[in-house]
Design a protein around this ligand. Structure first.
Ligand SMILES: [Zn+2]
Length: 119
């Protein structure tokens, strides 16, 4: 499932940022921005074990409003680059020790390191 943006169907890369400590969770979803925010909020309220909900509940950090918490990083048409772009955004947060994604899926990446040095 993906979101229609003009004439294109795209997937959006989202960043969910803790309003207390700024740690971030990066993911890609085809659902609408507000629908995804509601899913994150419901996970928090029901103590379901998502990385973001787990962080907020264990560290007693609040679940902030959508304008302080969620950010669209990029829209991407479905295709071969979709997962690579997600891994890059996750790696970017990982490189500054600011991520809430599953660390076991993050591997050293010299290309991502080079891209981050250019920014
Ligand atoms: Zn936090």
């Amino acid at each position: 499932m993906c979101v229609k943006l003009g004439k294109l169907y795209v997937v959006q890369h989202n960043k969910l940022t803790c309003s207390d400590c700024n740690k971030a969770y990066v993911g890609q979803k085809g659902r609408s921005f507000t629908q995804r925010f509601k899913e994150y909020r419901n996970a928090f309220k029901s103590s379901r074990n998502t990385n973001y909900a787990k962080h907020a509940l264990e560290d007693l950090h609040p679940f902030g409003p959508i304008h302080e918490t969620m950010q669209i990083l990029q829209y991407q048409a479905k295709g071969a680059h979709l997962n690579t772009i997600e891994r890059y955004f996750i790696y970017k947060e990982f490189s500054i020790k600011n991520h809430l994604n599953d660390e076991s899926n993050i591997a050293p990446n010299k290309i991502f390191d080079a891209l981050l040095k250019l920014q």
